[in-house]
Design a protein around this ligand. Structure first.
Ligand SMILES: [Zn+2]
Length: 153
């Protein structure tokens, strides 16, 4: 991997990390000890939910950035976690925290899509047979190789 490119990515990660941490700190100070009338309380609750959502998203992103930085340190940044191939530089530019090469990513998306379609199919069948099967009691359902739906109740 190109050393100059790596340095650029590292710089980007560090800057983003600092920025995110600063934002998180700033956002958090608004949270404490709210007092006011009902409308303000409602607004405050909305704000609190927004902050929580922001914090959740940010911490996930923070984790990814920290992982990427560790990889740069241990000289395996840009290696696909699935097949070990080098992830294309354009992909890393567009998505600096990418952990899979484009082939493996597409494969993963295909599988996720299939799983989603399967769940939709299972749900559809349940709805059609709700007199026989209670969807709430089903802990696991899957489509067997022969295309039959197997249900674990
Ligand atoms: Zn790969």
């Amino acid at each position: 991997m190109d050393r100059h490119f790596l340095e650029e990515q590292k710089q980007f990660f560090i800057e983003t990390l600092l920025e995110l941490q600063r934002d998180l700190d700033l956002k958090w100070t608004g949270e404490q000890g709210f007092q006011g009338d009902e409308i303000d309380a409602f607004e405050a609750e909305k704000e609190r939910v927004k902050i929580l959502r922001f914090k959740k998203r940010s911490s996930a992103f923070l984790r990814k950035i920290k992982r990427a930085l560790k990889k740069i340190e241990s000289h395996c940044y840009g290696e696909c976690e699935e097949c070990g191939a080098e992830i294309a530089m354009e992909r890393l530019r567009a998505r600096p925290t990418a952990e899979l090469c484009i082939d493996c990513k597409e494969e993963q998306e295909k599988i996720e899509n299939q799983t989603y379609k399967q769940s939709a199919k299972v749900y559809e069948l349940f709805s059609a047979n709700s007199d026989k099967v209670n969807p709430d009691q089903v802990t696991k359902a899957f489509i067997s190789n022969s295309g039959k739906i197997e249900i674990v109740q």
